[in-house]
Design a protein around this ligand. Structure first.
Ligand code: F0G
Length: 351
C-alpha cells in the first residue's frame, strides 16, 4: 500500500472537504535526523534536524503548496501566481504542472539561485524576472490576484500556512511531544508562523503536553523584524531569505512573544560557517538560508544559552543542491592532478 500523503494523513487538521481534490507529489513525512556531533558541541539533551530538503521540489514549500493548489482547484481557479526568491516558484511550478494549471512566477531578476530558476522553467511555469526585489514583486502579484480570477500562492494565502503546520505535527508525532526549542530561518515569516500555529493546535488537542520556544533567525542584511523597520534594499548571501518587508511580520512577532522565544539576526559569515558544519559534521547538505537556524543555535549557545537536558529541533528548510554555487564559492577552486596512481598517492600523503 502506498503511504498516505499529506492531504490524507492530516485530513482532519487541514481544510479538506469532500470536494477537495486529493493528490500528491510525495510531500511531507520528511526525516527528523538526530545530530551526530553538533548536539555535543552545543551541550543539549537531544538535537534533531527536520530535513525539509527531502520534499519533492527540495524545500518545505511543498507542504503548503499542495494544500493551496488543492483549494485553488476546488474553487475553480484559472492560474496560480506568486512572487518568489525561488523555492515557492519551484513548488508552484511542480504542483501546477501536476494538476494542469497555468503558473506565473515573478522573481527578482538575477537574484535567485540557478537551480530554482531551472526547476520553475523545467516544469513549465511562466517565469517573469522583474527589475526589483522580492517585496516589490509580491506587491505586483497581490495586485494581479485582485484583478483576475487567479490564486496567489505566496504564504499570505492561508492554505499555505495550514499546509506548513503539518511539519510541526510530524515533529510531535515522531518525538511524542513538542521539543523545548525550535530554531528556524525567517524570511517572509510564513514558516515560523505555521510551525507555531501547528504546535499550538496540537497542544490544544492534547496531542502535545508543551509548546516550544520559537527561535527565529534573519540574515543581518535582511533583518527587518529584528530592526523593527522595513529594509528597503535587503542583502545577504542567503538569497532565499533576502526579504525586507515580511508578509507575516505580525504573526512572527506573535509566535516569538507567545512562545517566549526570540527573533535575532545572524551574519552571512556565521550562516556560511554553520552551513559548512552542518555538511561536514552531520552529512546534511542544506540550503544556505537553512543554515541560519544552525547559525542561530551556535550564536545563542556561545552567548550563554544553557540547553542541557533540552530537546532542540533545527529546521533545515531546503536542499543544498538548490544554491550549490554558494557552496562552491566558499570551498574555492580545486587543484588539478595527473592521472597516475602514484601522483594521487603522493598528493594524499599515502605514498
Ligand atoms: N528557507 C528557505 C530555503 C526558503 O526558501 C525560505 C523562503 C525560507 C527559509 C524562509 O521562510 O519565508 O516562510 O520565513 N522562501 C520564499 C520563496 C520566500 O519565495 O521561496 P519564510
Amino acid at each position: 500500500m502506498p503511504r498516505p500523503r499529506l492531504l490524507e494523513r492530516y485530513r482532519d487538521l487541514l481544510p479538506v472537504t469532500p470536494h477537495t481534490p486529493i493528490f500528491s507529489l510525495g510531500e511531507g513525512d520528511t526525516p527528523l535526523v538526530r545530530s551526530h556531533r553538533l548536539e555535543k558541541e552545543v551541550g543539549c539533551g537531544e538535537l534533531y534536524f527536520k530535513t525539509e530538503g527531502c520534499n519533492p521540489t527540495g524545500s518545505f514549500k511543498d507542504r503548503g503548496m499542495v494544500v493551496a493548489v488543492a483549494k485553488a482547484l476546488e474553487a475553480g481557479t484559472r492560474a496560480l501566481v506568486c512572487a518568489s526568491t525561488g523555492n515557492t516558484s519551484a513548488s508552484a511550478a511542480a504542483y501546477g504542472a501536476n494538476r494542469g494549471v497555468k503558473v506565473v512566477v515573478l522573481v527578482p531578476r538575477g537574484n535567485i539561485a540557478l537551480a530554482k530558476l531551472a526547476q520553475a522553467l523545467g516544469m513549465g511555469a511562466q517565469v517573469m524576472p522583474v527589475e526589483g526585489n522580492f517585496d516589490q514583486a509580491l506587491e505586483i502579484v497581490r495586485a494581479l490576484a485582485k484583478r483576475h480570477p487567479v490564486t496567489l500562492v505566496n504564504s499570505i494565502n492561508p492554505h499555505r500556512i495550514q499546509g506548513q503546520m503539518t511539519a510541526a505535527y510530524e515533529v510531535v508525532d515522531e518525538l511524542g511531544d513538542a521539543p523545548d526549542y525550535l530554531f528556524i530561518p525567517v524570511g517572509n515569516a510564513g514558516n515560523i508562523t505555521a510551525y507555531w500555529r501547528g504546535f499550538k493546535e496540537y497542544h490544544k488537542r492534547g496531542q502535545a503536553k508543551q509548546t516550544p520556544k520559537m527561535m527565529g533567525f534573519q540574515a543581518e542584511g535582511a533583518a527587518p523584524i529584528v530592526q523593527g523597520h522595513v529594509v528597503e534594499n535587503p542583502q545577504t548571501v542567503a538569497s532565499a531569505i533576502r526579504i525586507g518587508n515580511p508578509a507575516s511580520w505580525q504573526a512572527a512577532l506573535a509566535a516569538r512573544d507567545e512562545s517566549e522565544g526570540t527573533i535575532e539576526a545572524v551574519s552571512d559569515q556565521a550562516i556560511l560557517e554553520a552551513h559548512g558544519l552542518l555538511g561536514i559534521w552531520e552529512g546534511i547538505f542544506g540550503e544556505t538560508a537553512s543554515a541560519a537556524s544552525v547559525a542561530g543555535l551556535l550564536k545563542l549557545v556561545h552567548a550563554g544559552l544553557d540547553l542541557s537536558g533540552k530537546r532542540v529541533v533545527c529546521v533545515i528548510t531546503g536542499s543544498g543542491l538548490k544554491d550549490s554555487e554558494v557552496t562552491l564559492d566558499r570551498t574555492g577552486e580545486l587543484p588539478r592532478y595527473p592521472l597516475q596512481v602514484t601522483a594521487i598517492e603522493a598528493a594524499l600523503g599515502w605514498a
